[in-house]
Write a protein that binds this ligand. Structure first.
Ligand code: UDX
Ligand code: ADP
Length: 455
């Protein structure tokens, strides 16, 4: 059946952009407008260089832009003219007042709710895409519907896309989750959204729940994923202390089908815009509902992650005889993971800031994320940004691998070694190099969760 839906998405970021591009591709009869208050971002979405790097995204945007996908800064026009409004704005953690550093800052959401209410002249379905605390849909509905002659139905439809694989995750999702109220109007709105996803997602992968379950499931999914990373990272410290190998342990443990072998790569710590924020969100909710033991349980996932990042950089400093001042140290990778240009909450920030406070001279290298890293660090004096890894590592004392970009596993480490100051150190925060051969070349090799190889 041909669909004819008029859809707008408010927020043209990492979530809104890719999600709407895929819906536009799969539903050619839907007319989609993505709006954002950030003019630069919209300009960039309308150019050859998109503001978000995602494998496969360029191709899809090229295919649908100007046909049934449009980018604009006219937020009010989009609200007025469309029936389904996806909200994909950022929901940062509050940095002030009650719930500081923990609760989600919902001021942007509230601004949008009030803007929609002011402008709308016909019934709308509002789809929560951003990750939000449980019961946000209810709050939004209250703001929208109280005293209004127009009906607003708010659905929860959390995104589960991971950066770097966003397009694949959208094209072949493990599940699509849609939460709604169990009223007739709630079900009708839900069916409209189901109809959109059914254009390419098998029916058994579309899960419908009540709104609160949907909102909570999103936070719980990210908490469980982050918990796995913190668990294996905790074990990496035990491995380093005992001579066990974290890779071997993960393989043995993950072979149990009840545990599974995914998401067990020990690392310098997790980053990204979601894990920390969503867990704090969950912790805050637990505290609000007087569940302090549960709050502490989940908060420890983050405490362990902070510990792991600090442990990595402290080990760098300790191994280099506690003096990195004035020494050139090269960081390979600053994106929070491979295949993205995103540096939000990247472990590279903790590592770089600690080394900067120790007065080291840093050279940061990355194939995609240097611009974002520069603006995050503020382009300080003793930090250089050089994309070419060979040039970046020249005359340095140490290489620190922070992001698991494939290219860093394939470099000619002999050439790198030859260009560095001796003794040359190699700290692999992602376990992607051939550590034995790097040791044979002459490097002192330090890997997460493995015994160090020191000359
Ligand atoms: C995550 C969720 O996976 C996604 O479903 C949700 O919608 C948004 O949050 P994302 O933050 O993009 O996605 O990346 P993810 O692949 O989950 O990785 C998060 C962090 O954990 C990265 O820093 C990654 O390097 C790290 N990680 C992941 C590990 O250190 N080890 C692992 O085994 C897996
Ligand atoms: P995410 O990773 O959740 O997509 P981003 O920060 O990448 O987060 O994107 C969110 C986008 O939402 C930003 O481009 C921001 O400018 C936009 N935004 C925030 N508030 C509003 C608003 N009131 N109207 C339109 N766009 C908004």
């Amino acid at each position: 059946m041909a669909l004819q839906k008029k859809i707008a998405c408010i927020g043209a970021g990492y979530v809104g952009g890719p999600t709407m591009a895929v819906i536009a591709k799969k539903c050619p009869d839907c007319l989609i407008t993505i709006v954002d208050i950030n003019q630069e971002r919209i300009k960039s979405w309308n150019s050859e260089t998109l503001p978000v790097y995602e494998p496969g995204l360029n191709e899809i945007v090229k295919e649908v832009r100007g046909k049934n996908l449009f980018f604009s800064t006219e937020v009010e026009k989009a609200v007025l003219e469309n029936d389904i409004l996806f909200i994909a704005v950022n929901t940062p953690t509050k940095d002030y007042g009650v719930g500081k550093n923990m609760a989600a800052d919902l001021q942007y959401w509230e601004i949008i709710a009030r803007q929609i209410r002011k402008v709308a002249q016909s019934d709308k379905i509002i789809v929560e895409k951003s990750t939000l605390p449980v019961k946000t849909a209810e709050a939004m509905e209250t703001i929208l519907n109280t005293g209004s002659t127009i009906h607003f139905e708010v659905l929860s439809n959390p995104e589960f896309l991971a950066e770097g694989s966003a397009i694949r995750d959208l094209l072949e999702p493990d599940r699509v989750l849609i939460g709604s109220r169990e009223t007739a109007s709630g079900q009708k709105a839900r069916n409209e959204l189901v109809e959109i996803y059914r254009a390419w997602v098998p029916e058994d992968k579309i899960i419908t729940t009540n709104t609160f379950s949907s909102e909570l499931s999103k936070l719980v999914s990210n908490a469980f994923l982050a918990q796995r990373v913190s668990s294996i990272n905790a074990i990496s410290a035990v491995c380093e202390a005992t001579g066990a190998d974290v890779h071997e342990v993960a393989k043995a443990v993950g072979a149990d089908s009840r545990i599974g072998n995914k998401f067990l790569n020990a690392s310098v710590g997790f980053g990204g815009s979601c894990f920390r924020k969503d867990i704090y969100n969950l912790v805050y909710i637990c505290r609000m509902y007087h569940l302090p033991e549960i709050a502490t349980y989940f908060e420890n996932i983050i405490n362990l992650n902070n510990y792991q990042q600090q442990r990595f950089v402290d080990n760098v400093i300790k191994s280099m005889f506690n003096t990195v001042a004035g020494r050139k140290i090269c960081i390979f990778g600053c994106a929070f993971k491979a295949n993205t240009n995103d540096v939000r909450d990247s472990p590279a920030l903790t590592v770089a800031r600690t080394l900067m406070s120790e007065k080291a001279n840093l050279v940061i290298s990355d194939p995609k994320a240097l611009e974002n890293m520069k603006s995050e660090l503020g382009d300080p004096k003793n930090v250089q940004f050089i994309e070419d890894p060979y040039q970046a590592a020249k005359d340095s004392h140490a290489i620190l691998i922070i992001t698991e970009w494939e290219l860093y596993g394939k470099l000619d480490y002999q050439t790198l070694y030859d260009s560095m100051i001796k003794p040359a150190y190699l700290f692999d925060g992602r376990n992607i190099i051939n550590r034995k051969s790097c040791y044979d070349i002459g490097f002192n090799v330090y890997s997460i969760g493995k015994e160090s190889l020191i000359h």
